[in-house]
Design a protein around this ligand. Structure first.
Ligand SMILES: Cc1ncc(COP(=O)(O)O)c(C=O)c1O
Length: 301
């Protein structure tokens, strides 16, 4: 999956600390903590018909990540929502939009890693783009990366930080192999997630997904698990080995950027058949939710 340039995004206005800048002039300081050390947290949100799906869950996760990193002066949900609305209104956006919300530890008074060099408060960036779900609906192809996901005693992946090097190294492998993304294992050899999405398999009528020990607590993942519970679909969270994945009846990935998408191939093996009844069922319920739920953030007039 390689995204192409969308001309609709040519004149985006980007919100940095409450001020809107044309994309060609938007910038942050070389002293900003994001530049100095990837010391920042982020959320990807999606706008459907003027409403952001699971807005509060995303803002909670941003706050929890920032608290784990001991950020100070974390903006509250009302302030964050206001800045998001302001950005969407300014760009006349109502649907098919992905929002990257970034909170950095802020500008340092001199370069260095020490958080005590930060006295200016955090930097907030709201980047909204016209971006429909990014993956091919017919399915994606994966390889298993040699790069393992980081365990919680090194860098907890539930801190949703802007340091994406672990994912980027895996994505480089996927690119070199000519596939869409890479499956990543944890240090025990169990499936963690892909470089960008959570992973589900279906086997004998049961939906399985892995624990979140070595991956973020995904909001789409959680939504899928809740949909299974609501609609009586058998499901289980467990350690998944590669051989269990290879023999799966169906496999799919989840995430805000690409929603639910089938995986048709892993490590050169075809996964599942032409029909994907369980994915279709869950994706149908997911679509209904995105069309009916969400927090209104822009008017549709
Ligand atoms: C590494 C990683 N995995 C999976 C996901 C998907 O999570 P969500 O469903 O909350 O968008 C994300 C999203 O930001 C991510 O960064």
């Amino acid at each position: 999956m390689k995204q192409t340039y969308n001309p609709l995004n040519q004149n985006l206005l980007i919100n940095i600390n409450g001020t809107l800048h044309h994309r060609d002039h938007a910038g942050i300081s070389p002293f900003d903590s994001a530049v100095q050390g990837g010391d920042a947290v982020w959320e990807g949100l999606r706008l459907y018909n003027g409403r952001i799906f699971k807005l509060n869950e995303h803002l909670d996760r941003l706050r929890h990540s920032a608290l784990a990193l001991a950020f100070t002066d974390i903006p509250n949900h009302a302030t964050l929502t206001e800045e998001i609305s302001k950005t969407l209104e300014a760009n006349h956006m109502t649907d098919g939009v992905h929002i990257r919300l970034t909170l950095t530890r802020g500008v340092k008074y001199t370069s260095g890693m020490d958080p005590r060099l930060n006295t200016a408060g955090p930097t907030l960036i709201v980047l909204a783009e016209h971006k429909p779900p990014v993956y091919d609906r017919d399915g994606i192809r994966l390889i298993t990366s040699a790069i393992r996901r980081i365990p919680p005693d090194c860098v907890d992946q539930n801190i949703h930080s802007c340091n994406l090097l672990n994912s980027i190294l895996a994505k480089i492998q996927a690119n070199a192999a000519g596939v869409d993304d890479a499956l990543m294992l944890d240090l025990n050899g169990f499936v963690a997630e892909t470089n960008a999405t959570h992973v589900f398999i279906v086997f004998n009528g049961v939906i399985y997904t892995s624990h979140t020990d070595s991956c973020p607590e995904g909001i789409t993942r959680q939504t899928v698990l809740e949909l299974c519970a609501t609609h009586g679909i058998p499901h289980q969270v467990k350690n998944l080995s590669l051989s269990e994945v290879y023999r799966a009846d169906e496999m799919f990935c989840t995430g805000t950027m690409g929603e639910l998408v089938p995986v048709v191939e892993l490590d050169g093996r075809k996964i599942g058949g032409v029909d994907r009844p369980m994915l279709e069922r869950v994706a149908g319920h997911f679509r209904t939710l995105t069309q009916t739920e969400g927090v209104p953030v822009v008017s549709l007039d």
